[in-house]
Design a protein around this ligand. Structure first.
Ligand SMILES: Nc1nc2c(c(=O)[nH]1)N[C@H]1C(S)=C(S)[C@@H](COP(=O)(O)OP(=O)(O)OC[C@H]3O[C@@H](n4cnc5c(N)ncnc54)[C@H](O)[C@@H]3O)O[C@H]1N2
Ligand code: MOO
Length: 376
């Protein structure tokens, strides 16, 4: 195995330097994961009217209260309300249904505190408040905030669409494969991992080890912002990815990382990014988790490479050739490396929470290692 390749950190920086997509006006329904170009501002107070927080009666003045259907209350009057009802003018508080009794049209209850069970207009946000600042990635909860405030669209960099092109004549999708054949490991793992890092995943496309078919498959996913291929990154006669890529501009071809050293990133002639994952499943995930998050962040103009670190429970030895990505699980003692982590294996990954990034010198027990969270 060759140890040559671009240092892992530099390869991440190149992915993170990808140009951002053009901002678009997005309906809120499509805005989760998008990054705001402008501040999202409350067009009016939230909530925009005084309302009841309980089913019961809006009341004015001290008890007892005569029940009325008038929209304007004077002291001594009560009006039936449900949760969310606009309060009648003149109402000072709400008496919950379980705290009052009506006899002969007269409501009696303990006198409520002023504003008891009343939601005041503007109590969540005044008009003009910044609900989400420019540069914020919209979570589902933030989109709900914008919807409640009455917004319909936002100007944002939408989350990039990622297409997967899975190569390999030997890959089968059902049943027990014969010797020399292998069951597909990547659908739905890779699409869900892409969603987990903030992208939108298109259904995977499958092709054999044929350069023309690979080229056509890449062209067929024109709606994707990032194309991720799997397999064919090697140098054998059946590894045809580079041939399929033709004149695409290499950004990096080979990274000093283990597993995953054949990783490649190219700029397609139309400017889109193509990330090539090696076929070995653990290597493929290691490359995806290393380079898709910075590509997604860059596409949305976010450009943040968050570094998370945690102590390791036992020494993690280094590798002379570059960075090792080691599947680990959290324990009370720190990160514990999994077993079953050869590049073609998956059980160690399935038992892990993160990939620890181990530099050439290794990480002694008790010392922090950078970690990449597994995106599921
Ligand atoms: N002479 C050398 N041989 C290899 C080297 C090397 O440096 N010199 N590197 C090894 C490493 S490391 C890797 S990783 C692989 C890279 O392989 P490719 O990207 O060319 O991928 P394939 O040859 O197509 O497949 C490799 C392996 O992965 C399995 N595979 C492919 N697709 C799937 C799938 N959808 N689900 C499950 N498994 C899949 C495939 O059957 C092979 O077993 O090269 C090494 N060799
Ligand atoms: O580098 Mo390979 O990608 O170990 O399996």
């Amino acid at each position: 195995m060759s140890a040559a390749g671009l240092p892992w950190v530099q390869a991440r920086d190149l992915a993170a330097a990808w140009p951002a997509s053009e901002p678009v006006e997005l309906p809120l329904r499509d805005a989760v994961g998008a990054v705001l170009v402008d501040d999202a501002v409350a067009p009016r107070a939230v909530p925009h009217y005084d309302s009841s927080a309980m089913d019961g009666w809006a009341v004015s003045g001290p008890p007892p209260w005569r029940i009325t259907e008038e929209d304007v209350l004077v002291p001594g009057q009560a009006h039936a309300v449900v949760t969310g009802s606009a309060l009648p003018m003149g109402a000072a508080a709400v008496v919950p249904i379980e705290r009052g009794a009506v006899i002969d049209g007269l409501l009696d209850a303990h006198p409520p505190q002023p504003h008891a069970h009343v939601r005041r207009a503007g109590e969540e946000a005044p008009q003009g408040a910044v609900l989400a600042a420019a540069g914020t990635r919209l979570s589902p909860a933030l989109v709900a905030v914008l919807a409640i405030a009455g917004l319909d669209t936002v100007l944002a960099h939408r989350r990039p669409r990622v297409a997967f092109v899975l190569t390999g004549d030997e890959v089968v999708t059902t049943g027990l494969p014969a010797a020399g054949r292998v069951r597909d490991a990547f659908d739905p793992l890779l699409p869900l991992a892409a969603v987990g890092v903030g992208a939108e995943a298109l259904p995977p496309v499958r092709v054999g080890d044929d350069p023309r078919a690979i080229r056509e498959a890449i062209a067929s996913v024109a709606e994707a912002d990032v194309v991720v291929t799997v397999g064919g990154t090697g140098r054998s006669g059946v590894d045809r990815l580079r041939e399929a890529l033709g004149d695409a501009e290499p950004v990096f071809d080979g990274v000093a990382m283990r597993p995953g050293h054949p990783a490649l990133l190219v700029r397609l002639p139309d400017g889109r990014a193509l990330l090539g994952l090696p076929g070995n499943p653990l290597a493929a995930v290691s490359v995806l988790v290393s380079f898709l998050p910075p590509l997604v962040d860059a596409a949305t103009g976010a450009n943040r490479l968050e570094e998370v670190a945690a102590p390791v429970a036992v020494e993690l030895p280094g590798w002379d050739g570059g960075v090792s990505l080691v599947p680990c699980r959290w324990s009370e003692e720190g990160l514990e490396p999994a077993t079953g982590t050869r590049p073609n294996m998956l059980r160690g990954l399935a038992a892990s929470d993160v990939l620890a990034v181990v530099p050439q010198g290794g990480v002694p027990a008790g010392v922090d290692a950078q970690v990449l969270p597994l995106p599921w």
